[in-house]
Write a protein that binds this ligand. Structure first.
Ligand SMILES: [Zn+2]
Length: 281
């Protein structure tokens, strides 16, 4: 395979914080609509197909919940109507945490998600675990998923394992602040199911994270793209639309620079830009 950029996006509105719905998170959730529109327009400009992992309940109206926060069929329509085809995947039905939910409940959640996707004519090929809590992958295969995202395994994770949590946190921050090359990844086959680890999170620009200078974020992503071309591996970038809530214009500009660079490497060096579903075997 030639080197590639893969972008995956977790679309959830308030479902991402259903267990801790503080006012600020809810305000952010309501902004996801306009952010998704801006992202889709950007992907159309640069001919980018990305994966959008959606919470199934966004398509099931619950009369007891405020629709502007919990129900968003128009967001999925926006993605589906993109002039460049996008991969719509699953982020579970109700944003359940796979590491601490009984198997039978997980099985039911996945069956519900599958039903919603089938009812709306959406594929069910790509899957992103809520909170990236990877577990019970056999249940994904059973539900028909073909590719799932697993967690960044950067050097800062190794630091945490070797030197403990504090060292891990410091290393994580240093990793985000400096343009250290992110790890490029390869798909890992588990029978019919493919695991695609992530390389880099495009972080929100609030709190301490504002210290990550846009130039450092861009440089880091550029190194990831160059490493993908050199090695034939994949630079897998991921984020939530809500990561564009703080300092949104600047954050969109950062992503547009990354995507522009990728499109240029595609023309000059054959880099591919492909969604998670393209890794299905
Ligand atoms: Zn999520």
């Amino acid at each position: 395979m030639s080197g590639a950029l893969c972008i995956s996006i977790d679309v959830e509105l308030a479902w991402g914080v259903w267990d801790r719905p503080d006012p600020e998170s809810l305000t952010r959730a309501a902004e996801e609509r306009s952010i998704v529109r801006a992202l889709v327009a950007m992907f159309e400009r640069h001919d980018v197909s990305a994966t959008w992992a959606i919470v199934g309940r966004l398509l099931d109206r619950d009369p007891a919940r405020r629709p502007e926060l919990w129900f968003a069929p128009e967001v999925i329509d926006t993605i589906r109507a993109a002039k460049v085809p996008q991969d719509i995947g699953s982020h579970s039905y109700a944003h359940v945490y796979f590491t601490d939910t009984p198997r039978e409940e997980l099985r039911r959640d996945l069956a519900h998600a599958r039903q919603v996707h089938d009812a709306h004519g959406l594929p069910f090929t790509s899957f992103v675990f809520p909170k990236n809590r990877v577990a019970h992958t056999d249940l994904l295969a059973e539900a028909g998923v073909r590719v799932f995202r697993s967690v960044d395994r950067g050097w800062h994770i190794d630091a945490r394992e070797r030197f403990g949590a504090t060292a891990g946190r410091v290393a994580n921050l240093v990793d985000k602040l400096l343009p250290i090359t992110p790890r490029v990844v390869e798909p890992i086959r588990h029978g019919d199911l493919v695991e695609l680890p992530s390389s880099m999170l495009l972080m929100a620009r609030n709190g301490l994270r504002r210290a990550a200078h846009p130039a450092a974020v861009r440089a880091k992503a550029r190194r990831g793209l160059e490493a993908a071309v050199e090695t034939g591996k994949t630079f897998h970038l991921w984020f939530h639309p809500s990561n564009f809530y703080f300092d949104g214009e600047r954050q969109l500009a950062i992503l547009e620079d990354i995507v522009t660079e990728a499109a240029s490497l595609r023309r000059r060096q054959g880099l591919e830009i492909r969604p998670m579903s393209a890794y299905a075997c």
